[in-house]
Each structure stands twice: as structure tokens, then as C-alpha cells.
Ligand binder design. Structure first.
Ligand code: FES
Ligand code: FES
Length: 158
């Protein structure tokens, strides 16, 4: 039995040594916002934060997270930059089938938290591992630009 901290709560997980983090999140913790796309680290749909850093949860065994804090889209999108980004993605028409959206939201939130004023090239680089089959990417990039501006304005000292 392994203890895993996720979204501020602690869970006990069976067979964490031979189960992937994404499977534990979706099956045990019922956190189904994290999507399984390729399963090989190529699409970014399964992105979560591990101690604040984005990782592909299809490439991490649950036991590797025992001493860490996992954050999924359910928490990331609740407030702060993640909430603003969710609004901007919807506003920009950057959500079509939505399969890529949760991973993009987690990845782009991490970008804005580490780089409050990313330029277009930095956004494209940050999202280069997040594939979207529907949007052509431009609405996504614009949404991240708008979200970064809004977050910076909200955090500016009065
Ligand atoms: S499902 Fe993990 S990178 Fe595609
Ligand atoms: S909105 Fe469909 S894959 Fe991105």
C-alpha cells in the first residue's frame, strides 16, 4: 500500500509499483479530467503537475509519486491562472472535441506561473508536446496570451 497526495488529499493506493499514475488517477481516485491519449508520452493529454512540474502521467508509475504532491486539472482549473485560462480557452473557441484541453490547461498554467509574460514563441515551445487535432493551435495560443495578460493585471499591486 502506497500513500499518494493528490489535490491536497491523501490516498492509499494498491500495487502502486506496477500501475501508472494516470490509471490510479482515473480508476481509483475517479479524477477523469486527465485523459489517456497515446499512452507513450507523445500527445500531452495526460499532463498533470508533480511537485509543480508538468509530467505525462502515462509515463510515471504511481509509486514514483509517493513523496510528492500531484495536481490534476480538477484542482488546477479551480482558481488562479488555471481558472482564467479555462475561461479564455472557452472564449477563444479553443475547445472543440476537448480531448486535448485538460492537458493544455495544465501545461499552460504551469507556463504562466513560471513565466508571467510569455511571448508567442515561448507559448508554442511550452505546448509543443500537447497535440490538438481540431483547432489548428492558433486559438489555443491566443487564449494563453490573453490569460497571461489577465493574470498579470489581476496580480498587479494596486
Ligand atoms: S497519453 Fe500520455 S502523453 Fe499521450
Ligand atoms: S480540441 Fe479536439 S484535440 Fe484539441
Amino acid at each position: 500500500m502506497t500513500r499518494i497526495r493528490c489535490n491536497g488529499a491523501e490516498y492509499r493506493v494498491d500495487r502502486a509499483g506496477d500501475r501508472l499514475l494516470i490509471d490510479v488517477l482515473r480508476e481509483d481516485l475517479r479524477l477523469t479530467g486527465t485523459k489517456l491519449g497515446c499512452g507513450t508520452g507523445d500527445c500531452g493529454a495526460c499532463t498533470v503537475l508533480l511537485d509543480g512540474r508538468p509530467v505525462n502521467s502515462c509515463l510515471v508509475y504511481a509509486v514514483e509519486c509517493a513523496a510528492s504532491e500531484v495536481e490534476t486539472v480538477e484542482r488546477v482549473s479551480r482558481d488562479g491562472a488555471g481558472r482564467v485560462l479555462a475561461e479564455e480557452l472557452a472564449e477563444a473557441g479553443a475547445v472543440q472535441c476537448g480531448f486535448c484541453t485538460m492537458g493544455i490547461l495544465v501545461m499552460a498554467t504551469s507556463l504562466i506561473e513560471s513565466n508571467p509574460a510569455p511571448d508567442r514563441a515561448e507559448i508554442e515551445t511550452a505546448l509543443s508536446g500537447n497535440l490538438c487535432r481540431c483547432t489548428g493551435y492558433l486559438p489555443i495560443v491566443r487564449a494563453v496570451e490573453s490569460a497571461a495578460r489577465r493574470v498579470a493585471a489581476e496580480r498587479e499591486p494596486a
